[in-house]
Ligand binder design. Sequence first.
Ligand SMILES: [Zn+2]
Length: 216
Amino acid sequence: MIRRRLSCSAISAEATAFRWENCPLATGAIELEEIMELDLRVEIVPETNLLHRTGGRVGSLSANGREIRVDAAFQSGDPREYRSFLAHELAHRRLHMKLVPGRKFVTREAFVSFHELLDTALGSDLEYEARRFGAYLLMPKSEMLLVFKQAVDVARDRFSGDVHSGPARMFAEKLLADHFGVSEARIAIRAGELELWQEVRREQRWRGFIRTGLTG
Ligand SMILES: [Zn+2]
């Protein structure tokens, strides 16, 4: 069994705490850039061609957690992917800052290469945690359950009751993606881990059973 550094429930609790502290009433797509710049005082610095210069890294957090450098084209590109990127970097800031050895990094490059030298098991644990935090922060479970149900109802009306066809699922996931301000791919992963479509399938079987039971 893989022993994780932080459990999923601990990461989820951190994401919930962050929302309570910074945007307790927010629903849907949270204004993460605004929160990070104005409330957390993290400076977001766009840089031209960063993606090319770093061999595919769209951005990173500084060692002291006060600055995020981001590829300028990526920042002005898809706002949903940019929001997910910020959530990921925020996770490193919130969950992993204490792992950074103090004063060790004179330059940002030194900090980036420290990342690359991290023990691969620890490194992949930290990345896993950051991805989990991002998902919990941007698509909280309770809101996901509620909005998913609404999206499925809309899809059911539009696709004459059949919500399991590819187009109906894509339609519902698009509604969720628009609501939460994330990509459809991230919605599909989150819906998968919460087993939301399985739940719909079970419910549909019951509906069918009740219908045939009543008419048969
Ligand atoms: Zn990361």
